[in-house]
Design a protein around this ligand. Sequence first.
Ligand code: ADP
Ligand code: MG
Length: 226
Amino acid sequence: MPGVRFEQVDLRYERRTVLESIDLDLVEHRVGIVGANGSGKSSLVRMINGLVRPTSGRVLVGGLDVARETRRVRQRVGFLFPDADHQIVMPTVREDLAFSLRGSGLPAAQVHERVEGALTAYGLAEHADHPCYLLSGGQKQLLALAAVLLTEPTLIVADEPTTLLDLRNVRAISARLAALEQQLILVTHHLELLDGFDRVVVIDEGRVVADDAPGPALERYVELLG
Ligand SMILES: Nc1ncnc2c1ncn2[C@@H]1O[C@H](COP(=O)(O)OP(=O)(O)O)[C@@H](O)[C@H]1O
Ligand SMILES: [Mg+2]
């Protein structure tokens, strides 16, 4: 596992403190992050690929300092957002998948082969030439995941990837996430997705308030909500 390390990370906007004294060394296969809305979860995980920069402290991915080696880090990190519409950029499903391999240096025949493989693996083959906007929310999130995986990241960061989905699609996405061989850092309010995770970090008002196995961590989280 490449591992993500937060060293004494603070994040402030003007005088508002969003994250404070974050020290985490995330090396487990599957790590969950939970916390109330506004607690700082998205800010925290967006630091992993440099979308958000710490005000002080540093973030390392596989030993690389995200601030100094943003490009190399981004080649290793695949990121999923709550709303797949934000990451679908091309008109059709097939084109969108191919787009994620732009600049990969792969010959066209190999790009084609990988794209066709992903279409089949993600149940999107019959929609290959459909406009992406015709896909259901669940299919869009599958497309986003398939596109991210085509780039062969070593780490997947998923920020509430199931929040906008109905229950059937929550299950479809969570099964895909559970099957990943890569390290996974998952922010979610769907606590059942964290069954079998190695570690769960609870964030409250910008601080780590619990960091444990899912059982005790989620117990603490539910107490906090109470
Ligand atoms: N660019 C920004 N400027 C000012 N405040 C921000 C910015 N981004 C996030 N925040 C604030 O930081 C806090 C944490 O936000 P966020 O990381 O999105 O939390 P979560 O994902 O847990 O809901 C919120 O109060 C939010 O309003
Ligand atoms: Mg968020």
